[in-house]
Design a protein around this ligand. Structure first.
Ligand SMILES: Cc1cc2nc3c(=O)[nH]c(=O)nc-3n(C[C@H](O)[C@H](O)[C@H](O)COP(=O)(O)O)c2cc1C
Length: 263
């Protein structure tokens, strides 16, 4: 059984946000579960760029300009928020297959040295953005991620006009043209000696079309539904602190339980 997200804003969310705001530049580390060549379960980790809580994303002016020019009404109305963390990735990378094959298990970790805080987010991650290849996987991912959406208290606009397509396009627009081009690079992780037959694939391409079929075919937004969040505060060496928030489903619905732990 999977846990349902809470209908209330998670108690840890604003604390994590305030720590991220105080940190000039950061990435986070994403763990998945894979299998080695003998079929044994193995951890796999890699650095990824954190893209905020789905679906709220503040676009840089050029990204917004591209949205205004190429997407109906410049994108979605501002109606939803969530406690789901995001990163973007390429469907050809190993992490996405590992998520599908492991029941979507993930752990994300930030070490924010400026505030001496470590944040660990354990949960499930779903990739959205598959426009054509595998409708069933895409619909299943959207369904799971939709459970974590909440209508904002200051919602502005018509929820009927909100679409997944526009939400994913906004994340694509948030990348520079050269970064968008990386989604039409030769297959990541394959030997460089294997030159792809597909002429549309190559390094260093700049993509200005937000609906470029090749790049968008590979582009995914990965949405993490947190189930347990842990904060380790090392700002005072004499009194380190550690808290855990656990998502609990019971008769009263879904809510977060906070426990202070010995560090
Ligand atoms: C600073 C930095 C940021 C990165 N950001 C991302 C990212 O946002 N998404 C991503 O898929 N890979 C990102 N990567 C590359 C990954 O670390 C990794 O090499 C790649 O995703 C392949 O991993 P996989 O084969 O395990 O899926 C980043 C690497 C670095 C060093």
């Amino acid at each position: 059984m999977t846990l349902s997200p809470s209908t209330q804003r998670a108690p840890w969310r604003d604390i994590l946000d305030s720590h991220l705001e105080k940190t000039p530049g950061y990435e986070f580390t994403i763990a998945t579960v894979g299998r080695d060549i003998q079929g044994r379960f193995v951890p796999r980790v890699r650095t990824c760029g954190y893209r905020g809580f789905f679906p709220e994303l503040e676009l840089h002016p050029k990204g917004q300009q591209a949205m205004d020019e190429q997407v109906e009404e410049g994108g979605n109305p501002s109606v939803y928020e969530s406690d789901m963390l995001t990163f973007t990735s390429d469907t050809r990378m190993e992490k996405l297959g590992q998520l599908e094959e492991s029941g979507h298990a993930t752990e994300a970790i930030f070490w924010l040295k400026d505030v001496m805080a470590q944040w660990r987010v354990k949960g499930r991650a779903y990739a959205v953005g598959n426009l054509s290849e595998d409708e069933e996987v895409e619909q299943a991912s959207r369904k799971e991620a939709a459970k974590g959406l909440r209508v904002k208290s200051d919602a502005n606009g018509d929820a009927a006009k909100w679409t997944w397509e526009k939400a994913v396009t906004k994340y694509f627009a948030n990348h520079s043209p050269i970064m968008r081009g990386s989604f039409k690079a030769p297959p990541p992780g394959q030997p460089r000696s294997k030159v792809p037959d597909d002429q549309s694939l190559g390094l260093g391409q700049k993509v200005t079309d937000l609906h470029d079929p090749v790049a968008r075919g590979n582009f995914r937004v990965v949405i993490i539904l947190p189930e347990e969040v842990e904060r380790l505060d090392l700002s005072n060496q004499e009194d380190p602190k550690r808290w855990k928030w656990t998502l609990v489903n019971d008769q009263s619905g879904s809510h977060w339980v906070e426990t202070e732990l010995w560090p």
